[in-house]
Design a protein around this ligand. Structure first.
Ligand code: ADP
Length: 352
């Protein structure tokens, strides 16, 4: 009877999702579940018998423990032991006294590292969005006020200002659209169907030809037959459009853009090559961040929102794929998208 109960308690402790440790009043660890071991010790090292301080090196945690020893329960305190960069939510309470081991304390820890990290990302994102919206709004307002103050009577100036107002309004619209696409790709698991890449890529290249010709670029492609993936059509189209658009935007007249798609083992690999301005290695690992642009002026002038690549990354990863980039400053860039090919037994699925 007693062992059954004990087993149930042990199971409960293991599966609670929290790290649990029992300490004596000197802070020596008497018991620890596996999550406590995972978060607080290095592989192969046991926590039992060690003190809280020598395990965590955290004065902060130890002083909380001392408060509990003095008789005051600790509830939901946030602690960041530098040990492994975790953010822990800690509660400590005293247990009933053990005739052999004396006073004992239970320490419960939840790992809230991811929550805190996501909060920071969200906060930064909101700050960035508001900044991105304020810039065109400020210029629209300045132009409108100048017109109000009399510039209207000079048709030449008035025309120029109105042109800028329209231009900045379009920019706001693009940001709003890209934000919607981004939010959409994050929230809704999209319906996926069998998708042949060759006709899709050809269509999109066809559509961007006028833009490329206007920019004085030649466009070529080489796409293997039978590249079939399981994907959401709208989203894949978005990925292709964004990458081809960028290749065109960031390449000077006389240059070339090419798209190569081939099967490599069980993956469809699509490369977007350009002979454009390239990206310095210090910027390479940041360009997939939302709103990150190497050259704000150039991006703005070509109608960029700074969201294109983060949309690409998000969509590709939600299709179990990867996107990477190689680039040589002043010589050109190559973006590579890899997506698993559809397998014979992949069922088309509809999660709506
Ligand atoms: P944007 O709307 O500014 O183009 P993206 O998210 O699509 O935003 O790209 C982020 C930044 O990465 C761009 O501002 C640009 O600096 C750089 N970039 C993207 N594609 C290329 C490319 N093909 N060649 C050079 N730089 C590029």
């Amino acid at each position: 009877e007693c062992t059954v109960l004990q087993k149930e308690v042990d199971t409960l402790l293991e599966w609670s999702g929290s790290a649990l440790i029992v300490l004596n009043q000197n802070g020596a660890i008497l018991q620890a579940n596996s999550r406590a071991n995972m978060w607080l010790s290095t592989p192969g090292m046991s926590l039992i018998g060690k003190t809280l301080l020598e395990v965590t090196f955290s004065e902060e945690l130890f002083s909380l423990f001392r408060v509990a020893v003095e008789g005051k329960d600790i509830q939901d305190r946030e602690v960041r032991p530098t040990l492994n960069n975790l953010v822990l939510n800690v509660s400590i309470t005293s247990l009933s006294e053990d005739p052999i081991r004396g006073r004992r304390f239970l320490m419960v820890m939840q790992n809230i590292t991811d929550i805190r990290r996501l909060e920071t990302i969200r906060r930064d994102f909101v700050a960035n969005v508001s900044h991105e919206l304020r810039t065109p709004l400020a210029s629209i307002r300045a132009m409108a006020e100048t017109l109000q103050d009399g510039a209207m009577s000079d048709p030449h100036v008035a025309n120029r200002f109105l042109g800028t107002i329209v231009h900045e309004t379009e920019r706001l619209k693009r940001i709003a659209e890209d934000l919607l696409i981004l939010a959409d790709s994050e929230s809704r698991p999209p319906q996926r169907d069998r998708l042949a890449l060759k006709p899709l890529i050809e269509t999109i290249i066809g559509r961007s030809r006028p833009q490329a010709e206007k920019a004085g670029l030649s466009v070529s492609y080489e796409i293997e037959q039978d590249l079939v993936i399981l994907a959401n059509l709208d989203q894949m189209e978005q990925v292709l459009v964004n990458l081809i658009d960028n290749a065109i935007k960031y390449t000077s007249p006389g240059g070339s853009v090419s798209v190569i798609a081939q099967k490599i083992s069980d993956t469809a690999v699509i490369r977007f090559r350009d002979t454009g301005i390239g990206i310095m290695s210090s910027d390479l690992n940041r360009i997939f961040e939302r709103f990150y642009r190497v050259d704000k002026g150039r991006s703005r002038a070509s109608g960029g929102t700074g969201l294109g690549l983060s949309i690409v990354k998000h969509i590709v990863e939600s299709h179990e794929g990867t996107v990477s980039v190689q680039s040589e400053f002043n010589h050109g860039s190559e973006f590579t998208v890899s997506i698993p090919l559809m397998k014979e037994n992949d069922d088309e699925f509809d999660q709506n």
